[in-house]
Design a protein around this ligand. Structure first.
Ligand SMILES: [Zn+2]
Length: 74
């Protein structure tokens, strides 16, 4: 079974990792009037990408192993 292992310091203690991702959020553009760009108050979607882990012991960021599935249920 795949373990989350820091490639720099070999840490495998889950409490010493954070999961990182960059998000792109989008809003609809509604109008431009008198120098004000009015945008929809709600996001239209959000895409996650560049998912990675950071080891809190040595600050190394590395990709999540491809054979690990992600579960965001909690
Ligand atoms: Zn590390």
């Amino acid at each position: 079974m795949t373990k989350l292992t820091c490639p720099h310091c070999s840490n495998q203690v889950l409490e010493h990792f954070f999961y990182l991702e960059d998000l792109t959020r989008s809003r609809s553009v509604l109008a431009l009037s008198a120098g004000v760009l009015r945008l929809c108050g709600e996001y239209t979607d959000g895409d996650e990408f560049n998912a990675r882990a950071i080891c809190l012991l040595c600050q190394t960021e590395f990709p999540i192993p491809a054979d690990l599935n992600l579960d965001f249920s909690e």
